[in-house]
Ligand binder design. Sequence first.
Ligand SMILES: Cc1cc2nc3c(=O)[nH]c(=O)nc-3n(C[C@H](O)[C@H](O)[C@H](O)COP(=O)(O)OP(=O)(O)OC[C@H]3O[C@@H](n4cnc5c(N)ncnc54)[C@H](O)[C@@H]3O)c2cc1C
Length: 398
Amino acid sequence: MSATAARPFLAADLYGFADLLTDAERAALLRLRRVVDEHVRPVLAESWDRAEFPTGIEAPLIDAAMMDPAEVAAAGQEPSALYAGFRTFELARADASVLTWYNAQAGLFRTTVAYGADADQAAELDARIRDFSWRGVFALTEPDHGSDIAGGLATTARRDPATGRWTLDGDKRWIGGAGQADVMAVFARDADDGEVKCFLVPTDAPGVELGLIRGKASLRIMQNYDIRLDGVVVDEADRLPNINTWTDVAACLRRMRADVAWSAAGVAAGAYEAALDYVCRREQFGRPLASFALIQEKLAHMLGNVTASLGLVVRLSQRQAEGIYRDEDSSLAKMHTARTLRETTALAREVVGGNGIVIAHDVARFHADAEAIYSYEGTHEINALVVGRAITGIAAFR
Ligand SMILES: Cc1cc2nc3c(=O)[nH]c(=O)nc-3n(C[C@H](O)[C@H](O)[C@H](O)COP(=O)(O)OP(=O)(O)OC[C@H]3O[C@@H](n4cnc5c(N)ncnc54)[C@H](O)[C@@H]3O)c2cc1C
């Protein structure tokens, strides 16, 4: 058993935020932790080194049915927003790529379908999303449009008035997990009304081409793809009817940014725990590193960041569960947790010394992976501008 597993429920949860979960939710999360410890942690270092996704971890994580855990159902409860947040936290404290893989389905794709489909369609599709029998990804970003995607999105959707069918043309970039997915939620601009709409496009549809992005220095385990859409034809029935403007896309992003803020808190916790474990075991000058005052200051600094991040995301999830979804709330949480994540992972790497750049000691992986989290789901600057617009009433971007 690792040193961190022997500590209380969440070693990095000093203020006991997890006490807000139900007993059933905590039991489910402890089961997830055991699955991760047994099947995921042992393969992380080699997978990161080889920049490969370890497909052997898929079945145990899918079989664990964490979107719909048996413990919570047996207690006659529905999984809460807080539970979903802690599920993200728990996966992220092991590995950011594994979390990103899981949340491509449980977060990005599930949120898009839940928001965009009509009620009957959503109920039918959600069951297949929860058990992973139908895997999807989120395809918004383009090679020429990242931060300016709202106004810049260039992929086109043209409707044939005779057949009612749509033809999609364009390019997408960074699409996480597309190579393993059945379908992509592709955002395209309607050539008639200029509005952004969303289409469920099979990954093997004629005209779809996928190219694996190689050479990443962050999230190396996660597989991201460039996607070409060349005259791809889809039926009107494959369009999500409740996504008709950018306002609808932004409503999805509000939820997704909250997930990324939770993952930033989780990665920070993982880095802190790995660093704590190391400094308790490593001796210099005849004493454990953990006994030096300067090391303890860094541990306290890291734990302060993790605790503050948890405070932000827990309150954000509680408000979202109450139906309060504001752009600035999730942007503030994403921006702040990702910024302090960078600081926390740098401190964790630092206290592990030379071994801190060796993947087997975990902190190097967290340190490198923090960079992708800092930039995806809205960069620091873009989330800051969303908050700035809300607090000043002046938009500094379009
Ligand atoms: C690992 C990874 C996984 C991803 N997965 C997905 C996915 O599954 N699906 C998907 O659709 N997308 C995905 N993305 C895309 C991600 O959301 C974009 O990378 C992100 O929105 C930033 O866009 P960009 O990389 O094009 O940066 P750019 O927009 O080119 O920005 C470059 C820099 O300029 C700054 N900048 C831009 N505009 C302004 C401004 N007005 N004022 C001040 N500064 C500005 C940015 O903040 C940033 O620092 C992923 C990205 C990564 C790295």
